[in-house]
Design a protein around this ligand. Structure first.
Ligand code: MF3
Ligand code: CO
Length: 243
């Protein structure tokens, strides 16, 4: 049986958005990132979706949880969340033959104003990038808009990690950098499904991979934020599938 791409990704993406909301609501001081992974696995079962990341290139968990200077791909472990932590949750789900991918970042308890700004600017940078995903634009227009907005607001975008196309596979071409030149790269076409995911740092944009083989951290130890949606390109405004 074959499913309609848009319908399946809308349904899978809707569930993904709901799971991220559930997880955010239930995140509290003292719980471990492993607790979040356990909750994710339960929620995926409850909603009838498969966690896309589990087993992908031997990734050992259902979700990526990245805290403070960790940018992305944090593996859930026994680390306990504390007041003031900046928590990024990145989740992919597989439903009716298609993947969707999304990420949110939020803070636990009170954080400095500049931290709140980092989260707001990153979220807004994602929306500004999404608005560029229209027929007639190129992939480079997305990255240009994200970089321009982020840097204007005093933050930096990570270069060595990028967004990607997504449908039957979690990572497909074309890739979607969060930086670049207006008009560069492939033309954007109707029906493309893109995972746009700015990773923004408070300090320099350089990152390195931790000894665990997965977690990316900022080289200068500054905090980072990550927001991601999977979208569907139409002849008008793009549809956000992971609301
Ligand atoms: N959302 C991540 C990305 O697009 C996927 C994580 S890869 C995994 O890069 F292996 F951790 F699952
Ligand atoms: Co992604």
């Amino acid at each position: 049986m074959s499913f309609d791409k848009l319908e399946s990704m809308e349904r899978g993406g809707g569930i993904l958005g709901q799971i991220l909301r559930d997880l955010k609501t239930k995140t509290t001081v003292g719980m471990t990132t492993k607790n979040l992974d356990d909750m994710t696995r339960r929620l995926c079962l409850k909603y009838g979706v498969k966690p896309s990341f589990l087993g992908y290139q031997n990734y050992p968990a259902a979700i990526c949880v990245s805290i403070n200077d960790e940018v992305v791909h944090g593996i859930p472990n026994e680390r306990q969340l504390v007041n003031g932590d900046i928590i990024s949750l990145d989740l992919g789900v597989y439903f009716q033959g298609y993947h969707t991918d999304a990420a949110i970042t939020f803070s636990l308890g009170e954080v400095p104003l500049q931290t709140k700004r980092l989260l707001e600017i990153t979220k807004e940078a994602l929306m500004i990038g999404i608005n560029e995903a229209i027929v007639g634009n190129t992939i480079g227009d997305i990255g240009f808009a994200i970089q321009n907005y982020t840097e204007k607001n005093g933050f930096n975008v990570v270069r060595s990690l990028v967004g990607h196309s997504i449908s039957k596979n979690i990572h497909e071409d074309p890739l979607i950098p969060n930086f670049g030149q207006r008009g560069s790269g492939q033309l954007i076409k109707e029906g493309m499904t893109l995972a746009i995911e700015p990773m923004v740092t408070m300090g320099e944009y350089d990152v390195y991979q931790d000894d665990d083989g997965w977690t990316y951290k900022t080289s200068d130890g500054s905090i980072a934020a990550h927001f991601e949606h999977t979208i569907y390109v139409t002849d008008k405004k793009p549809l956000i599938l992971t609301k």
